[in-house]
Design a protein around this ligand. Structure first.
Ligand code: OMD
Ligand code: FE2
Length: 451
């Protein structure tokens, strides 16, 4: 399951075309729906936007498969475990919240696959009106066996924290390691194989697809460069299986249909609607080289925009290792109250504003207008630090899902692994204010302050 064995195509949102090398010429020439497709395949379109969406946001792919997806017996409702979008059943929680990592059960004690191991932490909106999002954590220790999963509700952005995911999709296979992410859009069927204990985070957006943020004055290059996104090449299996399970997340519930063949029977495909992965160490980080702390939007990797200009349903933001060079500046994140919601996770290492308590696999939520910022220890250290150029966050990777929606925390997340003492990290913050004793003394300034 090494990365080298798998092949990918590079680019973001390209019109890709791929044939499994065992079937050269499987893609029809010059048309999408020939009367008879090469190799006796069925043609099937997967639409990821309205037929009539403007060209720049129109996405679809054509799949050439051994059997069409429609060949299955009816869906039946199955247990959805800890997946929920029922936000009205719980009282909203405006507190600063911090979670310890969810424990991964030992496989001998309980077998859990990727779908069974999904728990909703928080979210807003509903898939029925195609507006909102859902944040999950997943834990698993077992591969999905003769089972695939897809969401009818939105697009998944998966952030592995522990253990690699070998993801077989209708478009081909991708291996996604911690410090990489992948996006699997609405309707795409996938199977997750794991080797041992596995954990991570997942964001589902109901509104639309992730795009690269505009770069504005940054120019044509930087942040996540399009060439670093990797899409799998076509791969198929012609496998008859009694009772292969196709699990659909539909309006927040799980439904299972069975069929007698593997759904990964796509021999060739073309189009611009396809899953992709990205390695976070490819990110070209941009930051201040002068003074003050730039807003974290400078670290946006992907965004799912709302209809309000510049306002995201969800931004995916990362905090990569970087140089910190700003002069006469309080360098860590500033104290903040935001009209957006900020969910953060930690893939490895530690986060600069909270050296303690926020651990890999854990999470924090600073909800709309809930005050947050560096803990007392960080404030003291950074206010008195010698401001030499310093490499920060070396060997670490934190990320944020930032949303313009007000998120409700689920009953499970309100109770499970929550750090009831989180607020204490700010309690030692001292008052430093004092009025000058004489008019000439004036306010105290940090060294070399400009103004
Ligand atoms: O730590 C946080 O809460 C995220 C965050 C980071 C940053 O650099 C500036 C503001 C902000 O909210
Ligand atoms: Fe913030």
């Amino acid at each position: 399951m090494s990365n080298d064995e798998l092949k990918y195509m590079s680019g973001f949102g390209n019109e890709f075309a791929s044939e499994d090398p065992r079937c050269p010429g499987a893609l029809p020439k010059g048309q999408n729906s020939p009367q008879k497709c090469p190799y006796g395949l069925y043609a099937e379109q997967l639409s990821g936007s309205a037929f009539t969406a403007p060209r720049e946001s129109n996405v679809r792919s054509w799949l050439y498969r051994i059997r069409p997806s429609v060949l299955h017996v009816p869906f039946k409702n199955i247990d959805r475990g800890l997946i929920t979008h029922d936000w009205n059943k719980v009282l909203p929680n405006p507190n600063q919240l911090r979670w310890m990592p969810t424990e991964i059960p030992k496989v001998k004690e309980k077998k859990v696959d990727f779908v069974q191991g999904l728990s909703t932490v928080c979210g807003a909106g509903d898939p029925g009106s195609r507006h909102g999002l859902c944040i999950y954590v997943y834990i698993c220790n077992t591969s999905m066996n003769n089972k695939c999963f897809y969401t009818s509700d939105g697009d998944f952005l998966i952030v592995p924290q522990k253990g690699s995911l070998l993801i077989t999709t209708e478009f081909g296979k991708m291996k996604v390691d911690p410090n990489e992410i992948c996006v699997i859009q609405q309707g795409m069927r996938f199977n997750v194989a794991v080797e041992g204990e596995t954990r991570g985070y997942m964001l589902e957006v109901f509104d639309g697809h992730f795009v690269l943020p505009n770069l504005g004055p940054i120019g044509a290059n930087g942040l996540a460069n399009p060439r670093d996104f990797l899409t799998p090449v076509a791969w198929f299996e012609d496998r008859d299986v009694k009772g292969y399970k196709v699990v659909s997340k539909y309006q927040g519930h799980l439904f299972e249909a069975q069929q007698d063949h593997s759904p990964f029977d796509v021999v060739a495909w073309h189009g611009n609607y396809a899953p992709y992965k990205y390695a976070l160490d490819k990110f070209m980080t941009i930051n201040t080289v002068d003074f003050d702390h730039a807003d974290p939007s400078i670290f946006t990797l992907l965004t799912c925009q709302s209809l309000k200009p510049g306002t995201a349903i969800a931004d995916f933001v990362i905090f990569p290792p970087r140089w910190s060079v700003s002069e006469h500046t309080f360098r860590p994140p500033y104290y903040h109250r935001n009209c957006m919601s900020e969910y953060m996770g930690l893939i490895k290492g530690s986060y600069e504003a909270k050296e303690e308590g926020f651990v890999p696999g854990g999470g924090t939520l600073h909800s709309m207008m809930t005050p947050h910022g560096p803990d007392a220890q960080c404030f003291e250290t950074a206010s008195n630090a010698d401001l030499k150029p310093q490499r920060i966050a070396e060997g670490t990777m934190a990320f944020m899902f930032e949303s313009s929606l007000s998120l409700t925390v689920t009953e499970w997340a309100n109770k499970n692994k929550v750090d009831a003492g989180y607020f204490k990290c700010w309690q030692p913050l001292k008052k430093h204010f004092s009025l000058p004793k004489t008019a000439e003394e004036g306010p105290s300034k940090s060294k070399k302050q400009k103004h």
